[in-house]
Design a protein around this ligand. Structure first.
Ligand code: ZN
Length: 203
């Protein structure tokens, strides 16, 4: 399986990192080795002093497809999740400056937190989901999928022009404002609406 991630998909987070609003979605991949194993803590890697959490809504692909039109995209997923796109921000900034790919900053072991999955039929509208991240009991990120520049079906249309989507592939749909540094002993809890989707500790 592969993990396809969308960057700069919320206007407020684009402002936060002083990025330009893109004309196309920013796309990058994480390998399956980036998945943080269930019930394991997240270990801050020794090559970074500034690892950030980015809470994101996830979509799990359940059907093989290529060149999927937006109007059919809803047939290619039936589960919604929540995760963290851990990012070594210091390393990413160096790579960005040099115009180099971001993989070392975003695709290292443990950099993809994948929480529980919910059936999308539980929700009235996947394009109007509230989600949030708490760090040590305080709210640090809050978003709603209606604020995404590219909605789930548009993301599927876009990425499937380039990559064949396979069963089990996961899409990280981008993060809202409020990203920040993690420190040892932090506890991160993510929720969609009022359902807790993951809880992890940082070491
Ligand atoms: Zn992200």
């Amino acid at each position: 399986m592969k993990i396809i991630c969308i960057g700069r998909n919320y206007t407020d987070h684009i402002k936060e990192l002083e990025n330009e609003k893109p004309t196309d979605p920013v796309v990058f991949l994480k390998p399956d080795t980036a998945i943080l194993l269930k019930k394991q803590p997240f270990f801050i890697p020794d090559f970074s002093n500034d690892v950030h959490y980015e809470v994101e809504v996830l979509v799990k692909i359940n059907k093989v497809g290529k060149h999927i039109q937006k109007k059919f995209a809803h047939k290619y997923y039936d589960q919604i999740g929540l995760g963290i796109d851990f990012t070594a921000r210091d390393l990413q900034s160096q790579l960005k400056e040099k115009g180099l790919p971001w993989e070392k900053a975003k695709s290292f072991d443990g950099a993809a937190v994948i929480g529980d999955w919910l059936d999308k039929t539980q929700f009235q509208d996947v394009d109007n989901l509230n989600f949030s991240l708490q760090k040590n009991g305080s709210l640090v990120q809050q978003g709603n999928t209606s604020l995404m520049l590219w909605k789930i079906d548009e993301i599927i249309e876009y990425v499937s022009k380039y990559f064949t989507l396979k069963i089990g592939d996961i899409i990280f749909t981008g993060t809202p404002a409020g990203v920040g540094k993690v420190n040892a002993n932090d506890k991160l809890v993510g929720s969609i609406e009022n359902t807790q989707m993951f809880s992890i500790t940082v070491k």
